[in-house]
Design a protein around this ligand. Structure first.
Ligand SMILES: Cc1cc2nc3c(=O)[nH]c(=O)nc-3n(C[C@H](O)[C@H](O)[C@H](O)COP(=O)(O)OP(=O)(O)OC[C@H]3O[C@@H](n4cnc5c(N)ncnc54)[C@H](O)[C@@H]3O)c2cc1C
Length: 473
C-alpha cells in the first residue's frame, strides 16, 4: 500500500513456501484451527494503537482476552501437587523483582547481556519453572520496564477458524487475492526459493532454486534472521563485514507450541486456569501449559510450549516419543488414569529451512549499533522483518511496522536515485551483463531485455507475514 500510494506498482514478491504468511500459519487440528506460529495480538490497550489490533478489529477477527500472569497460581510440583498460591506468587514476585533490580542497575552500562543472563542460576523446580517463564516465555513480566509498552500490555489470543492469516488475506484483498483467497496477481510467486542475490551499483539479479532469474533495481529481503544466518541465500559480492557481524550477533529464539488432542477434559478448565505450569527438575521440560477451552470450548486440546534447546531436541525426535514424554508429565500432574492423547501436532520451526527459528532475541539493553546495522541497506538490498524492529522485534506488529519503515527508506532512496539518473542518463543505460558473467547466454539475454524495460522494476523477496507489498512485513 505504501508503495502503491507512492506510484510504485512494478513489484514482484517471491515466496519460498506454498502460501503467504510466514510465521503466521494455521492448521486444522482436532476439529479446530490452531496457530502454529503467532497466536496472540500483543500490545493492546496502551496510549497508541497497535496497527495489527486495528486490522483485527476491521476484519472482525475473533479473539479472546488471554492473561497468562494467572499461571503463577497454577504451578504443579514434580509429584503433581499445586504449590500453595501464596508461595507460588511470592516466588514469582521475588524472581521478577530481582530481575528488574538487576536490569535497572545495568541500565546505561551498555551491557549486552540478554535477559536470560541477568539473574542468578535458579535451583529448585519452582525456581527453574519461574525462570523459564520469565526468560523464555516472552519475558512478559519485565516488559513494563522496557520501551515496549507504547501499545499497551494486554494480549488477545486469536480464536478464529479463519486463522490469524485472515488479516493478511484481508489486507491483500483486491490486490493479490480475491475475497475467497485465490491469487489474482502475477506479482506473487509461491514456491519460489531465492538462493542468490547478485548486486552492484546498477541493480540486483536474483536467482531462485528452480533456475529462474529476476532482475530489478532494488530488493527488499524480508526473510527471518535465522535464514540470514543460514547459507540458504548467498550474496555476490558477499555482504560487508559489519552486516555479517550484525546478522551473526542477533540471537534466534526457538519457540514451539505442541498441540495435544484428548477424548475428554481432565484438567481444571475454569477460564482463569487457562495456563498452568509444571515445575520439573529439568528447566523448560514441558513447563508451560494452556488449555484451549477459552478459545474453542469443547475442543479438548492442550498446548504445551517448549523453547530453544528443548524445542530443538523435540524437533529431532519422533512425534510418538514427544507424545510419550508429554503424557508422562501430564500423568505426574493429573494422575495415572488420564486418557491418552488421540493426536499430536509438533511444529518444526528450527528445522524449517525457510525459518530456522521462531523470532529474534535482542539483548535487553540493546546495542544501538546492532539495531542500526541489522536494518541498514547494503547498496540496493534493503532489509526488513521483525528482527529489524528496534521496539517490537519478535512480534507481528514489529514485522508490520518494520515493513513500512523499510518501504519509506526505499522510496527515499528511489527519489535520490531518480535525481542521480536525471544527472546522468548514460549511467542508467549501462548494460547489466557484467553482473551475469556466469549465466547462460539465453538467461543473459532475458536479463538484458528486462533491463531495457522503461518502467523501473522493484523486486520484493518473500511475502513476509503479511506477504504483501501493501505492508512489506
Ligand atoms: C511459534 C511462534 C509463536 C509466535 N507467537 C507470536 C505471538 O503470539 N504474537 C506475535 O506478535 N508474534 C509472535 N510470533 C512472532 C511473529 O510470528 C513474527 O515476528 C512475525 O510473523 C515475523 O514476520 P516477518 O515478516 O518478519 O517474517 P516471516 O513471517 O517469517 O516472513 C518471512 C518469509 O520469508 C520466506 N522465505 C524464507 N526464505 C526464503 C527464500 N530463500 N526465498 C523466498 N522466501 C523466503 C518465508 O517462507 C516467510 O514466508 C511467533 C512466532 C512463532 C514462530
Amino acid at each position: 500500500k505504501v508503495l502503491s500510494e507512492n506510484g510504485v506498482d512494478d513489484v514482484m514478491i517471491l515466496e519460498a513456501s506454498d502460501k503467504i504468511g510466514g510465521r503466521i500459519r494455521k492448521e486444522e487440528f482436532g476439529g479446530v484451527t490452531v496457530e502454529l506460529g503467532a497466536g496472540w495480538i500483543a500490545g493492546v490497550g496502551g496510549k497508541q494503537s497497535n496497527p495489527v489490533w486495528e486490522l483485527a478489529l476491521q476484519s472482525n477477527l475473533r479473539t479472546c482476552f488471554s492473561d497468562y500472569s494467572n499461571a503463577r497460581y497454577n504451578i504443579y510440583d514434580p509429584s503433581g501437587k499445586i504449590f500453595p498460591s501464596g508461595i507460588a506468587a511470592d516466588s514469582y514476585k521475588k524472581a521478577v523483582d530481582s530481575a528488574i533490580q538487576k536490569l535497572r542497575s545495568q541500565e546505561g552500562n551498555n551491557n549486552h547481556e540478554s535477559f536470560a543472563e541477568t539473574t542468578s542460576t535458579p535451583k529448585t523446580p519452582i525456581e527453574l519453572a519461574i525462570d523459564f517463564i520469565l526468560h523464555d516465555f516472552e519475558m512478559a513480566e519485565v516488559e513494563p520496564i522496557s520501551t515496549y509498552v507504547d501499545f499497551g500490555e494486554r494480549e488477545f489470543l486469536v480464536a478464529d477458524e479463519r486463522g490469524y492469516e485472515h488479516l493478511l488475506y484481508k489486507m491483500a484483498e483486491n490486490f493479490l487475492f480475491t475475497s475467497e483467497g485465490k491469487i489474482t496477481d502475477s506479482r506473487l510467486e509461491l514456491n519460489t526459493v531465492v538462493r542468490e542475490v547478485q548486486h552492484s551499483r546498477n541493480g540486483v539479479l536474483v536467482s531462485t532454486e528452480d533456475g529462474s532469474l529476476y532482475e530489478a533495481n532494488y530488493v527488499i529481503l524480508s526473510v527471518s534472521i535465522g535464514v540470514l544466518q543460514s547459507d540458504l541465500i548467498s550474496f555476490t559480492p558477499p555482504l560487508p563485514r559489519w552486516k555479517m557481524e550484525a546478522i551473526r550477533n542477533l540471537d534466534v529464539m526457538v519457540y514451539t507450541k505442541i498441540f495435544l488432542k484428548f477424548p475428554y477434559k481432565f484438567w481444571p478448565c475454569e477460564p482463569e486456569k487457562e495456563f498452568f505450569i509444571y515445575a520439573h527438575e529439568r528447566r523448560g521440560y514441558y513447563t508451560f501449559w494452556q488449555h484451549m477451552e477459552n478459545a474453542y470450548p469443547g475442543s479438548n486440546i492442550l498446548v504445551v510450549t517448549l523453547t530453544n534447546g528443548e524445542s530443538k531436541r523435540v524437533e529431532s525426535q519422533s512425534d510418538q516419543e514427544t507424545l510419550r514424554e508429554a503424557m508422562q508429565v501430564l500423568r505426574n500432574m493429573f494422575g495415572p488414569d488420564i486418557p491418552d492423547a488421540t493426536d499430536i501436532l509438533v511444529p518444526r520451526w528450527w528445522n524449517n529451512r525457510f525459518q530456522r527459528g521462531s523470532y529474534s532475541n535482542y539483548p535487553i539493553y540493546v546495542n544501538h549499533q546492532l539495531v542500526h546495522d541489522i536494518k541498514e541497506p547494503v547498496g540496493r538490498i534493503f532489509f526488513t522483518g521483525e528482527h529489524t524492529s528496534e521496539k517490537f522485534s519478535g512480534y507481528v506488529h514489529g514485522g508490520y511496522l518494520s515493513g513500512i519503515d523499510t518501504t519509506n527508506a526505499l522510496l527515499e532512496e528511489m527519489r535520490k536515485d531518480d535525481g542521480r539518473k536525471n544527472e546522468s542518463q548514460a549511467f542508467l543505460l549501462e548494460p547489466l551483463l557484467a553482473l551475469t558473467g556466469s549465466l547462460t547466454l539465453t538467461q543473459a539475454e532475458t536479463v538484458s531485455s528486462l533491463h531495457k524495460c522503461d518502467i523501473p522494476r522493484q523486486l520484493f523477496l518473500s511475502n513476509s507475514k503479511l506477504g504483501l507489498p501493501e505492508a512489506i512485513l
